[in-house]
Design a protein around this ligand. Sequence first.
Ligand SMILES: *[C@@H]1O[C@H](CO)[C@@H](O)[C@H](O)[C@H]1NC(C)=O
Ligand SMILES: *[C@@H]1O[C@H](CO)[C@@H](O)[C@H](O)[C@H]1NC(C)=O
Ligand SMILES: *[C@@H]1O[C@H](CO)[C@@H](O)[C@H](O)[C@H]1NC(C)=O
Length: 620
Amino acid sequence: MANQSLAKRLKSAFRVTPTPTIGKVLPLFCLGLFLLPLFIQSSDSVNRFLRARFTSSVEEELPSELAPQENLAVDNTTISRSKAPASIELAKPVKELVDAIREATRLAWGGDPVPYGGEEKRNWEEQNPCRARLELKPLYSQRKHMKDIPENEQWDLVFEEYGKLHRACTTRVGDLENYFKNENASIPGCKFVVAETHFGLGNKLYHLSSVFLYAVVTQRVILVPESTTVPAIMCEPFPGSSWKMKPRFLDQVKKKRKTSAQFYDDVDLAVKNSSPLDTYASAISNEWKPEPRFWCDTEQNYLTKITWLTIDGCLLWVHKLWAIDMFRPAMEAVFPDRIVFGRILRSVMLPGDPVWERILHVNEVYLRNADKQVGIQVRYWKGEKLYDEKNELVNDRVKRCVWENNILPEVCPSKEDPNFDDPKYAKCKDKLTAADHKHPNITKVLIASLFLGLHDHLNDIYLRHETTTTKEAVGLIQLTNEMIQGSGVEVDSQALVEIISLSMSDVLLVTPMSTFGGVAQAYGGLIPWFIEFAKPKGEPDQCERGLGIEPCFLGANIHYSCKYDPPGYQDVPDLFSYFKSCLFIDVGDGYGMQMVPDKLLIDLKRSFISFVCRLDLSSS
Ligand SMILES: *[C@@H]1O[C@H](CO)[C@@H](O)[C@H](O)[C@H]1NC(C)=O
Ligand SMILES: *[C@@H]1O[C@H](CO)[C@@H](O)[C@H](O)[C@H]1NC(C)=O
Ligand SMILES: *[C@@H]1O[C@H](CO)[C@@H](O)[C@H](O)[C@H]1NC(C)=O
C-alpha cells in the first residue's frame, strides 16, 4: 500500500470502512496524510471552560490516584514467578489466562520445557543488549512533579509467560518460513500472528501494541516484519527468541493467505452447514483496523482454528478487545486501573541501544538539570501551508494555555509597563538575588514539531525578559525541525528519541488526533492537554485537558455488528462504563472511543463541583 496515492487510499478506506450509524465517521486519522476537519464550535462552552480549568497543580497529577483495586476479585490462588516476589495473588480470570498461555507453552515443548538460562541466556543477552529494559523506568520515577503509574504485577506476569510461549514456539518450530511453506501445523500450541503496519511511528506503535495484546489473549506468537522498521529501532522483547520477520517470508505469507472477506464468507458457510473451517492462513483487517465482525465471539472462535493470521492496520484498537465477551474478564482483571497502552509500550516497545544512547544524550545535555519538564508537541497536518496559516494562532493559544493553567510562569513586565502593579506580578518587585542564581529553578520546555514557529515565539518571550513571576528560569529546546515528515529507520529512530523525551515530561501538551503525541502520553503515563487547532471562537479556546491517559481509538466503530452473538447491534459505550466518546477537541467531526477508568470520571466531577462552589462564593 506504500505506493498507493493518497486519493486511492482514501477511496479504499471509504469503501472498506462502512460506518452505518455515524455516516460522517471517516478514517481521517492516519497521520501525516489528512486534513484536519474544521471544528465546529461546541455549544457546551461552560462545560468546556470548566474542564479546561481542571488543572489542579501538577503535583496533584491524577495517575497516583488511579489505582482502584477494589474491583479486583482476588481469589486465593498464588502463582510462582521466576523473579522476586516469589508469588503474587492473581484474580481468577488472570489465572485462567496465565494457565492458557502455560498450557500452550507446554504443548509447544511437547515434553519437558527447555529451561532458559546458562549459556543460551548469556549468548542471547550478548546478541540482544537492551539497556532500556532496566534504565527506562527509573527515569520516569525521577520526575519531580509527576508520580509514575503504579506497578502492575499481574500484567508483568502475563507478559513474562507470553515470552516463554514465544520462545517455546520459535525454538521448536525452528525454520518458521519452511514451517509455513509446508502448511505445517504439527506443533500444537503454536499459532502465529503477523503484524503489518504503515505510516508514521505513532501509527505503527498503535497497531503493533494492539496486535500484541490480541496475541497474548489468543496465545499466538507475534511476528513483526522488518519492513515496519520497528525491529530495527526497538529491543527484541522476548527473552531467548526473536520477533523479526524477513521480507521474503512476509511475501510468501501474503501470497498464500486468504483474504479477510473470504474468512468471513467461510464463517457464514461453516455456521450454516455446521462444518469446520479449513484455512491455514488468513488476513484480517482492512489496512486501518479489524473489520466490524472481528469483534464477535463466533468469528473469534473460528479464528482460533487458523494457524497463521496477518493483521494490518494503523490505529489504536487495543481497548476494543474489552468489547469481546471471551476476552473481557481477563482484560478487566489484568488491567484493573485501565492503564493499558503505556504498559504494553513499556514492556514490549523498549528502544534499542543505539536509540537509547541518543535518548540518554538528549536527557543529559538538555533536560536533566530541570526542576520541571514541559513537553509540547505541535503538528500541522497540511504541512507548510497550514503552518503558515495557523502558526500565529497556535502560538498564542499555547502561550495562553500554559500561562492560564500555571504550566509555565508568565514573564515579569518592565517597571514602566502600566500593568506592572497588577497583583499577579506582585513577586516581580523582588529582584533575583545572587542566591537565586546560585540555585536557579529551571523549567525546560521540550518542543517537538516539524517547524520552528512555536520555539521562536516562546523563546523570544522568555529570552527577552529579566525574570518570571515565579522566578523560574524557562529554557526552550527543540531537537529537530524537518519541515516534512520522512520515513525509514533513521526517521523512526529520531521520532522515538523525541517521543520518549517528551514522555519524560511533568506536563504534556499535544496536538489533537496526533498518534505521535498519543504515544508520548502513554509511555509517560500522562493526561495531556489538547491544544485547540480549530478556527478562532472568541472565547477561552486555547486548550482542554484530556479525559485520561489512554489515547483515543480514532475512527472506532462503536457498535457491535454480530450476526450470531448477543448483543447484536448495540453500541459498545452503552454497555461498558469505561468506554467514552473521545473529546470533541480531539476528534472534531470524526468519531473516537476512549478507555477511561470510572474513578477518573468521578474525580473530574468532583473538581467540577468544587469549582462551581468557588464561583458561587466569589460572586456573593
Ligand atoms: C479464600 O480464603 C478465605 C479466607 O482465608 C476463605 O474463607 C475462603 O474459603 C478461601 N476461598 C477459597 C476458594 O479457597
Ligand atoms: C513440520 O514441522 C516439524 C517441526 O519443525 C518438522 O519436524 C516436520 O518435518 C515438518 N513437517 C513437514 C511436512 O514439513
Ligand atoms: C521551583 O518552582 C516551582 C514553581 O514555583 C516550585 O514548586 C518548586 O518548589 C521550585 N523548586 C525549587 C528547588 O525551588
